[in-house]
Design a protein. Structure first.
Lengths: 324, 282
């Protein structure tokens, strides 16, 4: 046993400065195969979590699937109505609109990823002065409470006295009522989403940049490659696994749009119906309209949409992600 | 970066060019501008806040706006709820996830693979798929509008189990073997030997859970109906009535709501960045 792990430590080249990662053999292979189990101890460790996950997650997931085929009866009980909720959902133009809004929002957030990479590249240049100061600036929006920053964005976007429209007026543009005009509203929320998620991309991509050996750049330098050429030919290909990770997470989070929309637009916004996200419709149906069956069907739709998009991204990763 | 200040290679000499600092400075300013603006307005009068052109420096700083928050909003009780749910979730996740993560990484028991798959499967499911029944459970338990009710489902975390499992898988096996030979039982091995070694993973888990718990909106909104029972995130999102046009007080409230975690994480910047990057690399 000891010798086996010993050779693993010695034998594994450490390409990065991260702690050496060794995968311990899993399952029964740890000792001689068939040597049995560790008795009751593992259950003591696992049962609390297993219980919580079954009660608060697995059972609710099954329950939601069931609810999506029911409607809440006049006395609160559920009545089986088959696929009526799903049929209604497919015919509901608000759901289609919400899907489009959610996609627009997600695309705006995704457009921040190249910016995050460029910024991470600048911040991680060796010897950069004030690097940690810059890092704090970029990372603040990511850790700040969304509902709190939403309130100040509401003022910035205000159509009458917001500073954004004042700035636009200086260059002769008559700015719209950003958060209460359909179309503009979801873009406004998307810009805040991009602003607040930039820091996440910078952190993850920054960590990947630090793992690139300086040798590559020195070799490229000797060959006379420009900084831009180095960026496109060395940096970008080598961080594609992290770019992939950030993209996956950004898409999943983008489809979860709720907090910023809810807090920036407020509950009484005239543009709300045209600007809803999928999660907003879900929340509204489940807890304001109290149509739990319909909301459950929308929940299932959100699952299917995110699942499909993520599956597609994993399919596509071969085309652009380089695993060294 | 001072350790690299000496002996710059040719590739590094351009690091501090004017262009670099100009770009980072300008973009950085755009990034922090909303925070600066929030502070400026929180110290202005309402006439200044709604005036055109905007007042960039209020002159007479209106600190009273911060005091008014405490009279117009149930700020202190919301702060208490925010702290309460965050503490419960952080402690719960650290204890439960590190125990389960350790068992999945190092112990042998029947149906281990199946149980792990079941737990991790919820990572692929968006919260909307379990939210309604979760609400019904909390309702049935009579825990609506309570700190425990808000905190409860969030003390279990599939992500946390996964993270801690990865952390324990990365630790050397020898120490446990030695302790086992010395007659330590599995709990002693876990508690005295392995847990201290897992500190980087635990701090990442604490950071992520704190951030999520402090900022989360949807779930608290669902299980609370009274303003004074809400955490700050939901309290700020559901402001109603005259306060919504009292921009200066609203800004003061939002500054105070995000300040605790924001300041803490800026002070611990290096550790937070490492923790987030660490969990991202798993």
């Amino acid at each position: 046993m000891t010798s086996r792990t010993g050779t693993k430590i010695g034998g594994s080249p450490a390409p990065t400065d991260r702690p050496v990662q060794r995968t311990a053999p899993t399952g029964l292979g740890r000792r001689a195969p068939g040597a049995g189990t560790d008795g009751l101890w593992p259950w003591l460790f696992v049962v609390p979590t297993l219980f919580g996950v079954l009660v608060f997650y697995i059972w609710p997931i099954i329950q939601t699937a069931y609810l999506s085929f029911t409607e809440t009866g006049p006395f609160g009980g559920e009545e089986w109505i088959g696929g009526v909720n799903y049929a209604a959902m497919l015919a509901d133009s608000n759901v289609g609109l919400a899907l489009i809004n959610t996609i627009i929002y997600t695309l705006i957030v995704l457009s921040g990823i190249p910016i995050a990479l460029l910024l991470a590249n600048l911040i991680n240049r060796p010897g950069l002065r004030f690097a940690s100061f810059y890092r704090v600036l970029f990372f603040m929006p990511y850790i700040a409470m969304p509902t709190a920053v939403a309130l100040v964005w509401r003022l910035i976007y205000n159509g009458d006295f917001g500073i954004l429209n004042w700035l636009l007026s200086l260059v002769g543009i008559d700015g719209p009522y950003w958060t209460s005009t359909p179309g503009f509203a979801i873009v406004s929320v998307g810009i805040v989403g991009m602003w607040s998620s930039l820091g996440f991309g910078i952190i993850i991509l920054g960590a990947a940049l630090k793992n690139i050996s300086p040798d590559y750049y020195e070799a490229a330098q000797l060959d006379g490659a420009t900084r831009w050429k180095q960026f496109t030919s060395i940096t970008v290909p080598l961080v594609t696994p992290s770019l992939f990770f950030v993209t996956i997470i950004s898409v999943i989070n983008g489809f979860q749009l709720f907090d910023l929309l809810y807090a920036i637009m407020g509950q009484y916004n005239p543009a709300l119906v045209q600007s809803q996200s999928l999660v907003y419709i879900f929340y509204n149906q489940a807890f304001i309209q109290n149509d739990k069956g319909y909301a459950a069907a929308i929940g299932v739709l959100i699952l299917l949409v995110i699942g499909t998009v993520t599956w597609f991204q994993f399919r596509m990763q071969k085309k652009w992600v380089n695993y060294v | 970066m001072s350790r690299q200040a000496s002996g710059l290679s040719p590739a590094q000499t351009g690091s501090n060019s004017v262009g670099t600092h100009l770009t980072l400075g300008v973009v950085g300013f755009v990034m922090v501008f909303p925070f600066i603006w929030q502070l400026v307005i929180s110290l202005s009068t309402n006439d200044q806040a709604t005036g055109v052109p905007p007042t960039f420096w209020p002159g007479d700083l209106q600190w009273t706006n911060y005091l008014i928050v405490f009279t117009k909003l149930p700020f202190l009780s919301q702060l208490g709820v925010s702290i309460g749910i965050t503490v419960i979730r952080v402690i719960g996740q650290v204890v439960l996830c590190s125990m389960a993560g350790y068992a999945f990484a190092r112990m042998r028991f029947s149906a281990k693979g199946v149980i792990l798959t079941v737990i991790l499967s919820i990572l692929m499911v968006p919260p909307q798929v379990y939210l309604i029944p979760q609400f019904q459970i909390i309702q049935t338990l009579g825990l609506l509008n309570t700190i425990l009710g808000i905190a409860l489902p969030g003390i279990f975390s599939a992500f946390g189990v996964f993270l801690m499992r990865q952390v324990f898988l990365g630790l050397p096996l020898e120490l446990e073997e030695a302790a086992r030979l010395d007659g330590a039982n599995p709990f002693q091995i876990f508690w005295k030997i392995m847990l201290p070694l897992a500190t980087p993973g635990i701090s990442a888990l604490v950071i992520i859970t704190t951030l999520w718990s402090w900022n989360d909106l949807l779930w608290p909104l669902v299980v609370t109906t009274y303003a004074e029972k809400m955490p700050l995130s939901a309290g700020l999102a559901t402001l109603q009535g005259s306060i919504t046009t009292d921009y200066t007080v609203m800004m003061a409230a939002s500054v105070m709501a995000m300040a605790p975690v924001l300041i803490l994480f800026i002070v611990l910047q290096r550790r937070v960045v490492e923790g987030l990057a660490f969990s991202g690399s798993k």
